[in-house]
Design a protein around this ligand. Sequence first.
Ligand code: VGL
Ligand code: ZN
Length: 192
Amino acid sequence: MKIGITLLSALIIVDVQNDFCLGGALPVPGGNEVIPILNRYIEVFSYKNLPIYATRDWHPENHISFKTRGGPWPPHCIQNTWGAEFHPNLNIPSHTIIVSKATEPNKEAYSGFEGTNLENDLRNRRIRRVFIGGLATDYCVKETVMDALKIGFETIFLEDASRGVNIDSSERAVAEMILNGAIAIKLEDIKL
Ligand code: VGL
Ligand code: ZN
């Protein structure tokens, strides 16, 4: 389906960080493949002077989600380490708004909206429609999409610019997002 980028749109890139890519602590299968696609979305949004957000998993070294504390994940995206940096091939413009999440030792936060200023910032800019893609489809992308829908944004899931940790749970995540009102698109669906 064709979708317009109007004055009211923003791009939200979720967690394209070294630890979720090849060679990282928690690599998402095919995670690197989203980078060139996201770079194309970035070009489109930059050209239209529309806001671009990049969320990042930004954990303290004793985060509750780590296996060392009984959580499900190996330590990853620890604040101020290489693993937490955005992948160097992602062309993040200087005006990108960076959203750090899951920064509290005892709280997990998969959604970019949870415990951050993201909703406020979008509302201050009068954004109505958000385009969301990145890593991982079945965790942070899904939860960010679900929150965006819940708080009333028109929410577009970028299926070509997202990859999941697990194939089955990613398929379920996509179904759930769409069932709740998200629209799944690819780059060629954007009406320029
Ligand atoms: C994520 C697992 C652990 C994500 C973050 O960004 O999807 N997944 N922390
Ligand atoms: Zn994490």
